[in-house]
Design a protein around this ligand. Sequence first.
Ligand code: CMC
Length: 433
Amino acid sequence: MGDIRERPEPVTESITITDNRTGESIEIPITDGGVSASEWSKLLPGIWFYDPGFTSTAACESSITYLDGEEGILRYRGYPIEQLAESSTYLEVAYLLLNGELPNAEQLAVWQHDITHHTFIHENVRKRFLEGFHYDAHPMGMLVSATAALSTFYLDAKDIFDPVSRDKQIVRLIAKMPTLAAAAHRFSVGMPFVYPDNSLGFTANFLSMMWKTAEPRFDANPALARALDVLFILHADHEQNCSTTAMRVVGSSHADPYSATAAAAAALYGPRHGGANEAVIRMLGDIGSMDNVEAFVESVKRGDGGRLQGFGHRVYKSYDPRAKIIKRTADEVFEITGKNPLLDVALKLEEVALSDEYFTSRRLYPNVDFYSGLIYQAMGFPLEMFPVLFAIPRTAGWLAHWQEMLEQDSKIARPRQLYIGAEERNYVPIAER
Ligand code: CMC
């Protein structure tokens, strides 16, 4: 891995900024749409860029994913997400993200073989870690912990600058995520562990581990496996989102990839990131019927109904391109599983919101989470598994960014702060407080 393409010629302009206090000016190049903060700091020593939430900060250079939020464009390594969802597979996309190019037939066969033959987890990971959790443990908490635990099983993972070791850990992580995920689910519902069936493809194998003996309708169903594979493609990467940033930040300290991936998965666990599709299902359930949609939208506008879950995005200011594809996938899945009864409420909610000035003026459109939960629910996944279903495919994206960051020889992530606390003061003994 690591066969990253040549960087395109940067587009370079410049701006001149003047410090009004001193009259001093400095010319700063604008490269690829950004200005270097360290160049800027030459004029303003001791003055920090204040940007909580990183809304105006590019934290790195990357050649993995292109995202245009104004136009609703998403491309992996230059390939439009629509084409990849239509014609590719998740494993092919994972290879693309990690290597920069689509694999040829031989490369794909080797990659699939390698992934397939690393799906098993060590017996102690299963018996001591996964089966050691409390009976009602959340599967995402189990996944985060088990991923971190893997670093204690593969000590060679510490050799992050050995390309052979790095490739091996990447394969192991992508391959073992579905096994850990299915094991976490089965434990959380009191079902026995199912070993991987390596005669199956990546996604069918996951469905088999999830549903064997529990839900024969869904066990390795090829049409459902394809639909889930499309969802995995759509979730594989999304440039510098919260969890990928966590991956890069932890990776920048040269932690091993299992620890960094566990940190990324922990970031994904939060309801503002990987938990939004669960919130959508709860919201649709609370609305209950199409007749209640308009009143609910009014309550959102008044501010007493919470946010319209699955709407709005930090970057997309138009329809999320993934949401368009997911809507089509939903129809295909519902043909097999039967329609999710909440779909009509969702469609009506979208229609009402998109014709309302509150949402259009703020450029709030359905995001990837608005329909994905409906599909997962129809496929039998409990709500607790939704963030887990996000973490499985995003692992490829996290690892692609981790690898890119190491190849860029980047500095350790270490921002500064604007201190707003107390001035120096003397310690007061407890009896005098
Ligand atoms: N419902 C109602 N109003 C909203 C919503 C919403 N879903 N999202 C934003 N707004 C309003 C917000 O109240 C604010 O209005 P005003 O200017 O009058 O104060 C304005 O739109 C801008 O909101 P913001 O909070 O500054 O926007 P942000 O970029 O910080 O937040 C977001 C982005 C995704 C956190 C937010 O849109 C949201 O909470 N959406 C619902 C949760 C959701 O669907 N999350 C999944 C995101 S996609 C998955 C992923 O990439 O992880």
